[in-house]
Design a protein around this ligand. Structure first.
Ligand SMILES: [Zn+2]
Length: 333
């Protein structure tokens, strides 16, 4: 059984390849990549205008199962992933109930295998019920197969708690993924604080809220040796701090969403809740710094932070609508 994929833009990181070409697949393996390939009896697929690449992996997704299936579930979320080119997604722990124990991880893995159309990996919570008070079952969840820990959606407010989380997680060789927003500065805010938010009369979430949280957690990673991974960086100072920390040898990595690379707060002028997210899309100077960070390797990964809501939840007055952006189907494009 052969498949000939014609005229797609082949993106092949292994060979630094990015060009229009044909791909011949024989018995499930890539047999040739080149120009004007032909193969007798092969099924031909015209991929003109499409990208042909290895299956993408999204390390930051919210599939919403268990408990919030009106927004998304393993089946619908993984279908969206497949449509967007992803063959594996990693889902966050801020579900109902929170994924903070091994029994739940084991059950959810089975469920995702049954109903998912691409592979699903799990991130366990750092703290029980995301409350930032008591550590979740970090060791047991590691045994059950979680790939990292995160209270994503919530900032770990206590520095002492984050210190312990970094110490314990390193015993299991796993990173802590940091939703870095000092909530004392972001409370009641709905978008990036700056010129556009002032003009619109909307309360903002200043970039310095992220900077403060990132500075603290880089220092704690340096102190403990634990691996801190900064989720969805959005601020230019964050990029600078991560760049300097990496140069110093601190165990820090970070990621950026495709929406923060593509959009600015100018898109919010119509009060469109589809563009409302946390951290918010910011001004052009921040966006340029994110692109620079991506190019020089400071930023390690592009993620979707796919965080869907039911239509009736998002279809609200701007300030009442929840934060979250659906990205799985559109991020590569
Ligand atoms: Zn987050």
């Amino acid at each position: 059984m052969s498949l000939l994929i014609k005229n797609g833009t082949v993106v092949n990181p292994a060979k630094q390849q990015h060009e229009v070409a044909d791909v011949l697949v024989k018995d499930g393996k890539i047999a040739a990549i080149g120009q004007n390939l032909s193969a007798d009896g092969a099924e031909v697929y015209d991929a003109t205008g499409l990208i042909v690449a290895p299956g993408l992996i999204d390390i930051h997704t919210h599939l919403r199962e268990p408990g919030q299936e009106a927004k998304e579930d393993f089946h619908s979320g993984t279908q969206a992933a497949a449509a967007g080119g992803f063959t594996r997604v990693v889902t966050m722990a801020n579900t109902t109930p929170v994924v903070d124990n091994a029994a739940l991880v084991r059950g959810l893995k089975k469920q995702a295998e049954l109903t998912g159309v691409v592979k699903v990996e799990f991130i366990g919570a750092v703290s029980k019920n995301l409350e930032g008070k008591e550590l979740a079952e970090l060791g047991d969840m590691a045994e059950a197969g979680v790939v990292a820990y995160s209270d994503d959606g919530h900032y770990v407010e206590s520095a002492a708690f984050m210190r312990r989380a970094l110490e314990y997680s390193s015993m299991f060789n796993k990173m802590v993924i940091d939703h870095a927003e000092d909530i004392s500065l972001t409370k009641n805010g709905h978008m990036h604080e700056g010129f556009v938010s002032y003009e619109m009369g909307v309360i903002g979430r200043p970039a310095v809220a992220e900077d403060l949280a990132v500075a603290r957690d880089i220092l704690l990673a340096e102190m403990t040796g634990g691996h801190i991974h900064i989720a969805h960086v959005s601020s230019k100072n964050t990029v600078d701090m991560v760049r300097r920390a990496k140069a110093k040898g601190v165990n820090v990595t970070c990621e950026v969403t495709s929406q923060h690379l593509s959009f600015t707060d100018e898109y919010l002028r119509e009060y469109n809740p589809a563009f409302k997210m946390a951290p918010p899309i910011r001004s052009e100077d921040h966006r340029q710094a994110l692109l620079d960070g991506l190019k020089d390797g400071t930023i390690d990964a592009i993620i979707t932070d796919h965080a869907p809501h039911a239509f009736e939840e998002k279809d609200h007055e701007f300030c009442c609508a929840p934060n979250g952006f659906s990205g799985l189907e559109t991020s590569l494009a």
